[in-house]
Design a protein around this ligand. Structure first.
Ligand code: NAD
Length: 313
């Protein structure tokens, strides 16, 4: 089903429940896992003690264990040098029992996320940040690519809202980071949308957003997108996770979209929390299962090759 939003009449949007959608994805992966007997192992590396990163890493490890994966957490001090981190990643690359490797971002400022991503073996790069996977995804290579988990989760929610045929819809992505904005724009382009990417230097961003049938916001700026930026009937995907002051001096999570205003205009909208966040972890589980299956297939193929003598017979 494709709903090319056109009605100018205001109505309440339907909330896209990422928690439920993520549970369905995970149940599907668990079913496949039971059928195949392949048990994936995910290694998560955390450098330093950033409190938010510690929560994210614990959530990923907990979900991995809940679904029945083996998991391994490697905690390194913030002062870890790039050579020390590279040695840890190299060890995980060489460990045949590990199928997926993830280095939690952000890294301490003396370490380069781009360099670290390219140290992970591409076939264990379940975050999809290695340039080989980025290249395969961008070029739609016939060799399977790991696609970054957050954009993959956003696409899942968009398809759930308005179906798989997105041809010709106008999509606007706010943010052009390597982990969200750029891959998101690529996936929307692959789906034959007409895609615009906005960022901090974009002029008249409000007007651009008003053209969007699909609006994905990944800016890290709480409440950036207001209700009157939204085209009536648009699908709004809010990737932002911001810690803002809440009642009683407590911190609460807020997205990049002014939810109540936007929900009056959009047709579908993701809440924060409970929207894109859970989908990111579900897609990580899915990518890790894929990595394990591909590793198992490669192992079987290697075993199937007959051993020949030195003269080739
Ligand atoms: P980033 O800082 O790397 O990139 C932000 C992008 O937004 C940049 O391209 C910048 O130009 C643009 N931007 C910033 N302020 C803007 C403004 N006022 N107007 C227009 N463009 C603006 O951030 P990121 O890593 O892509 O993350 C973005 C947000 O998404 C953050 O809140 C982050 O916490 C969140 N995030 C959520 C998940 C999830 O699982 N839900 C995953 C990754 C990131």
């Amino acid at each position: 089903m494709k709903t090319a939003p056109s009605s100018s009449k205001a109505r309440a949007a339907q909330a896209l429940n990422g928690t439920e959608a993520a549970a369905e994805v995970i149940a599907d992966v668990a079913r496949q896992m039971r059928r195949s007997g392949v048990v994936p192992k995910l290694a998560v590396v955390l450098v330093g003690e950033d409190p938010a990163s510690m929560v994210y890493v614990a959530n990923k490890a907990r979900q991995a264990e809940r679904i029945g994966y083996a998991s391994l957490q490697v905690r390194l001090p913030a002062r870890t040098s790039d050579a020390e981190l590279a040695a840890v990643i190299c060890g995980l690359n060489d460990d045949a029992s590990v199928h997926g490797i993830l280095v939690q971002l952000p890294l301490p400022p003396h370490l380069s996320a781009e360099a670290v991503a390219c140290q992970i073996a591409p076939d264990k790069d379940v975050d999809g940040f290695h340039e080989v996977n980025v290249g395969r995804m961008t070029l739609r290579s016939s060799r399977s690519a790991f696609v970054p988990c957050t954009p993959l989760g956003c696409m899942h929610l968009i398809h759930q809202a308005i179906g798989h045929d997105l041809k010709g819809l106008n999509a606007v992505v706010i943010g052009k980071s390597n982990i969200v904005g750029r891959p998101m724009a690529t996936l929307l382009m692959h789906a034959e949308c007409t895609v615009s990417v906005a960022h901090i230097h974009t002029r008249d961003i409000e007007q651009l957003c008003r053209t969007a049938d699909i609006l994905v916001v990944a800016a890290g700026s709480p409440g950036l997108v207001r209700g009157d930026w939204i085209k009536p009937g648009a699908v709004v995907i809010d990737v932002g996770i911001n810690r803002v002051d809440g009642e009683g001096g407590r911190k609460r999570l807020a997205g990049d979209v002014a939810y109540d205003e936007a929900a009056e205009i959009a047709s579908f909208i993701t809440p924060v929390p409970g929207g894109v966040g859970p989908m990111t972890i579900a897609m990580l589980m899915k990518n890790t299962y894929t990595a394990a299956v591909l590793a198992e297939q490669a192992r079987m193929q290697t075993r199937a090759v007959p051993v020949t003598g030195s003269n080739g017979r």
